[in-house]
Design a protein around this ligand. Structure first.
Ligand code: GTP
Ligand code: MG
Length: 201
């Protein structure tokens, strides 16, 4: 994988649209406006392959990108945007339930949280979903550029504690704006794809 070939495959709005082929999936999840699309764009060195908006609640589908014919990057719809209608929230929950019920395609879960704050109740729910799949998990603490150096360690520890994850969990202080620790996250992705391919043969 060298990330040279990135192809948008599809947007899925319901169960019929989900992909269930043999390609390992790297799943990006996080609350609305946490910077999911920005993280994906940064990793792929693209300006706007995953749409970035300053208005939250824009990504309402599951978006699949095929990377070097080797893996999908899966951009899950953001959660926790208060102004979204109840019916949309229900649609989101149903979609997540279906997606995570067939989790054997997930090579790596990448859960993006805000480095500045304790995780929200929705973040905790999302962490439970990932834990239930037993897939490898990386926590990305995004917007670390907005956190004082002196507060970084305690913020990262609080994130793991609130999500009820063991202290040895892979957590990466990240900035989609500055590119901080981009190589570290990419390495976690390459390792996960390699592991998945080894297990699959
Ligand atoms: P939805 O798809 O709407 O749920 O949002 P998203 O999670 O994809 O967030 P998006 O990438 O659109 O970014 C939301 C806002 O946060 C934008 O204004 C970004 O420029 C900003 N942002 C994203 N990552 C960072 C970061 O690491 N640091 C800073 N300072 N701002 C960031
Ligand atoms: Mg987005």
């Amino acid at each position: 994988m060298n990330l040279h070939n990135v192809e948008f495959i599809k947007s899925a709005a319901d169960a019929r649209g989900l992909l269930g082929d043999d390609v390992p999936q790297i799943v990006f999840s996080g609350k609305s406006n946490v910077g999911k699309s920005s993280v994906i764009n940064k990793l792929l060195n693209r300006k706007n392959i995953a749409r970035v908006s300053s208005k939250p609640g824009k990504t309402v589908h599951i978006n699949y990108f095929l990377i070097d014919d080797a893996a999908y990057f899966v951009d899950l719809p953001g959660y926790g945007y208060a102004k979204v209608a109840k019916s949309e929230q229900a649609r989101w929950s149903a979609l997540m339930e279906i997606y995570f019920s067939a989790a054997d395609h997930i090579a790596l879960g990448i859960m993006i949280v805000d480095a500045r704050h304790a995780p929200t109740r929705d973040d905790i729910t999302m962490a439970k979903w990932f834990k239930a799949t037993c897939c490898p998990l990386v926590i990305v603490a995004n917007k670390i550029d907005k956190v004082k150096n002196s507060e970084k360690d305690q913020n990262l520890a609080l994130i793991l504690k609130t999500l009820d994850l063991p202290p040895e969990t892979n957590i990466i202080a990240f900035s989609a704006e500055k590119g901080t620790n981009k190589e570290l996250l990419l390495q976690s992705i390459y390792d996960a794809v390699e592991r998945w391919v080894e297990l699959d043969v």
